[in-house]
Design a binder for this molecule. Structure first.
Ligand SMILES: Nc1ncnc2c1ncn2[C@@H]1O[C@H](COP(=O)(O)OP(=O)(O)OP(=O)(O)O)[C@@H](O)[C@H]1O
Ligand SMILES: [Mg+2]
Length: 321
């Protein structure tokens, strides 16, 4: 469905060049749910803008549904429903009018338009508010209406650029319930960008993006298993000594030990030693205040590949929409 090869985008300005997307390659299969996981400025939105022909790649190629985006932009856009990162509804219009407007823009005849609008408002759980001004909608409802609108012309690919950014946890969950529901009922390929781990975790495959590059890609399970079977977290009086002990005894931990707040170190269980996490903990000749063992998550994977963490949900600077 999507095939990107060595895709690159350099923004040029008088103050210098900025490489926003640095030669990335990925493919997304028909019906797949694929995520780009990356922090602010990773290049996610720039990639999407190239996918929908709003930006020309500096080099490289992108094919969607067999069509080259650069040479067939209109045909490609017909096949894509896009939910932009920044809200794009007209909030002086009602929900229904927003759909009408979009439907006409795409040249959908009125019978089909009505039928699809009714169906999608129903799937997205906003039928009852169809004649209310969008201005009066909550952030989550606006997002759901944007998704309904993006699906009106029956695209085969739905692109969602950080669809739940700035929503409270309850609205985020509800937006996701509806996305899953529409996938079940309509069936299409979904391309998502997010910096929330849990969202990427529910996708079929994920590409981890940092500073314009894809640093790892695969199923969430595979990526976590490739990192390690277990993550150990150890709190001690003297983290520097523990750090020194770990590196001298388990050389593969060099560069993989992360300090968390006070005196806690987090690190993967060194692979290939036939050692249980408990064996390793018992071998430590220093007083331990607290220790725990858990499975790796995508944040661990991200840190391993980039040396720094993703922002947590609570640290989200860019507030509500
Ligand atoms: N129009 C532009 N001109 C110059 N630089 C830009 C432009 N748009 C984006 N950039 C830069 O390109 C890089 C990638 O930006 P992009 O918006 O693609 O990231 P992102 O992953 O979508 O981030 P976010 O999570 O904040 O939305 C950033 O360094 C950004 O500052
Ligand atoms: Mg973005």
């Amino acid at each position: 469905m999507i095939e990107a090869k060595n895709l690159k985008k350099i923004y040029r300005s008088r103050r210098g060049d900025r490489v926003a997307v640095d030669g990335i390659s990925f493919t997304v299969g028909e019906g797949e749910f694929f995520s780009f996981l990356g922090p602010n400025g990773a290049g996610k939105t720039t990639t999407i803008q190239m996918m929908v022909a709003l930006l020309a790649p500096t080099s490289g190629e992108i094919i969607i549904d067999g069509l080259n985006v650069v040479t067939s932009p209109h045909e490609v856009r017909q096949r894509i429903g896009i939910i932009f990162q920044d809200p794009s509804l007209d909030d002086r219009l009602t929900a229904w009018e927003n759909l009408e407007f979009h439907g006409r823009l795409y040249g959908i005849d009125s019978r089909t338009r009505n039928k699809r609008s009714n169906f999608l408002l129903d799937v997205m759980g906003i039928s009852e508010r169809r004649n209310d001004l969008v201005r009066t909608f909550s952030g989550g409802m606006k997002r759901r209406l944007e998704i309904a609108r993006g699906l009106l012309h029956s695209p085969r690919l739905l692109i969602l650029d950080e669809p739940t950014l700035g929503l409270d946890p309850h609205s985020r969950r509800s937006v996701w319930e509806y996305i899953h529901r529409v996938r079940r009922e309509v069936g299409m390929t979904v391309f998502l960008t997010t910096h929330y781990l849990e969202e990427a975790d529910s996708s079929d495959r994920v590409a981890i993006m940092s500073s314009g590059k894809i640093v790892a890609q695969g199923t969430p399970d595979r990526l976590k298993k490739d990192l390690s079977s277990e993550m150990l977290s150890v709190e001690t009086e003297n983290p520097d000594s523990l750090n020194a002990y770990l590196i001298s005894h388990y050389s593969s931990l060099e560069g993989q030990i992360r300090r968390e707040g006070d005196g806690t170190l987090l690190f993967p269980l060194p692979p290939g030693l036939d050692l249980s996490p408990w064996d390793l903990l018992r071998s430590i000749p220093l007083p331990i205040r607290e220790a725990s063992v858990r499975r790796p998550n995508l944040d661990d994977v991200f840190i391993y590949h980039t040396g720094s963490g993703l922002k947590s949900e609570n640290a989200d600077k860019r507030g509500g929409r």
